[in-house]
Design a protein around this ligand. Sequence first.
Ligand SMILES: NC(=O)c1ccc[n+]([C@@H]2O[C@H](COP(=O)([O-])OP(=O)(O)OC[C@H]3O[C@@H](n4cnc5c(N)ncnc54)[C@H](OP(=O)(O)O)[C@@H]3O)[C@@H](O)[C@H]2O)c1
Length: 361
Amino acid sequence: MKKYKVGVIGATGMVGQRFVSTLEGHPWFEVTTLAASPRSAGHTYEEALGGRWVMSAPIPERLKNTVVYDATADIEKIAAVVDFVFCAVDMKKDEIRALEEAYAKAECPVVSNNSAHRFTKDVPMVIPELNSDHIRIIEDQKKRLGTKRGFIAVKSNCSLQSYVPAVYPLDKKYGIDKVLVCTYQAISGAGKTFERWPEMVDNVIPFIGGEEEKSEKEPLKIWGKIENGEIVPAAEPYFTAQCIRVPVSDGHMGAVFMSFKGEKPLKEEIIEIWNNFAGKPQQLGLPSAPKQFLHYFTEDNMPQTKLHRGLENGMAVSIGRLREDTQYDYKFVCLSHNTLRGAAGGAILLAELLCAEGYID
Ligand SMILES: NC(=O)c1ccc[n+]([C@@H]2O[C@H](COP(=O)([O-])OP(=O)(O)OC[C@H]3O[C@@H](n4cnc5c(N)ncnc54)[C@H](OP(=O)(O)O)[C@@H]3O)[C@@H](O)[C@H]2O)c1
């Protein structure tokens, strides 16, 4: 099978490193091109990183001496030598919107981790197991952009990758009325390590800028429908969220309360739905798809961040402690790896879906 040539835009950052590291040995994708800010451009990857590499595996030997491109100035050059790019940059939102559109207009598909285009009406925001059908909107987007193969597809925020997959199949079967979630989010979600953020040692910070809005609003686009060339967000279920930064390196946990529209199902019925849930990535056998997406743990003290964030290469969601509540129908906890399923891994799975469905040739 052909190997797709892949560029990583923002390759020196936390998510960019995760792309580079995760894609080593990928059966379909080979990272051939790296780009970052003008500060890094012109340097080898190793020089540009300058000691910032934080992955547990070493920097891939074959990329150490690759010269880093300027993500903005070199768009045409990059588009000419890759099949598509992953994008994860720390820039202003309007700059990211323009940057990603410029790649798309240069006929280079963009699979993005950034939030800038999540609410662009013809840009699909996809959790591949849930709303893979939204990629059909790409045809409308290409018409707007005037492109043949260039487009933008995005993944949703890392905060919601644990509870949205748990709630979605229950809503489809029984109808969920409302969801209240408190998230306990790792410091890598801010692109940080304990060395670079010593205030987080032995500390909890009850604020993550913009996160609660994303956690409440983005699920409704995932639940949305394609109508007249746009994805129209759903009006419900109602989500309310409180997002808290906690002193763990990787892994976002959610404590969730939910109520059904009608009579609530039995606990055993909910667990059966979770354990048997499969989506398009499982049907297509995509390389990064977890075999079982949702895992329910029966032990009272599980899932635990340190023990379970790496389940199925960090691509599965762990759930536990489902029990009845006094004010909502049920409550439970859930966990997902924020830089794997929640960032690079989720985007890689989306890119695999786009290749398998013929959107990236
Ligand atoms: N960390 C997570 O878990 C997570 C999860 C989901 C989504 N995201 C999103 O992914 C994006 C990257 O996050 P991160 O945590 O990886 O950030 P990060 O570690 O701060 O890395 C930022 C990257 O952006 C590059 N950059 C900065 N200014 C630039 C410019 N003017 N032009 C081109 N490139 C520029 C940096 O290059 P230099 O090294 O040259 O400065 C670096 O490669 C953000 O939009 C973030 O919201 C992060």
